[in-house]
Design a binder for this molecule. Structure first.
Ligand code: DCM
Length: 135
């Protein structure tokens, strides 16, 4: 069986901030911040899956762009990818997370240094930071 895909959104704003969401569960990562997203259904297109997940989790519509370069093997049967996205409708609210934050590249770097990001998502930090700084 091929691994299931977890798709995360690198949602950016026109003023070069990144949307981070604070997890409520499980206990190992509760309180840490992540790129919001979730599991794609079997045979579901990853862009479609991200639009569905961000509607469910943030109550917004998004336009989905390219994939970020790094892929993370979360386990033997779960693979995590990220895609760039922009909000096209609505104001994000934390439906499933405890809080949301729009962070600058500097704030992102500080959060990483303080181990405030979920471990898997740290692979994307150089690319995220680079794009946020390239204003
Ligand atoms: N996950 C992650 N980073 C993200 C989103 C999800 O490491 N940005 C992980 C947490 C879970 C799995 O993917 O192991 C499924 O996510 P969820 O529990 O949100 O459905």
């Amino acid at each position: 069986m091929s691994p299931r895909i977890v798709v995360a959104g690198a949602v950016t704003s026109v003023d070069n901030r990144l949307l981070l969401a604070q997890r409520r569960y499980p206990a190992t990562v509760a309180g840490l911040w992540e790129l919001p997203g979730g599991k794609a259904e079997d045979d579901e297109d990853v862009k479609f899956a991200l639009r569905r997940e961000l509607r469910e989790e943030l109550d917004v519509g998004v336009e989905v762009g390219e994939r970020l370069a790094e892929t993370v093997a979360l386990s033997d049967d779960l693979t995590l990818i990220a895609l760039w996205a922009r909000i096209t409708d609505g104001v994000p609210r934390p439906v499933e997370h405890s809080r949301l934050r729009w962070v600058t590249a500097e704030e992102l770097d500080k959060m990483v240094a303080g181990h405030q990001l979920v471990p898997a998502d740290t692979v994307w930090v150089p690319e995220l930071s680079g794009v946020l700084r390239r204003a």
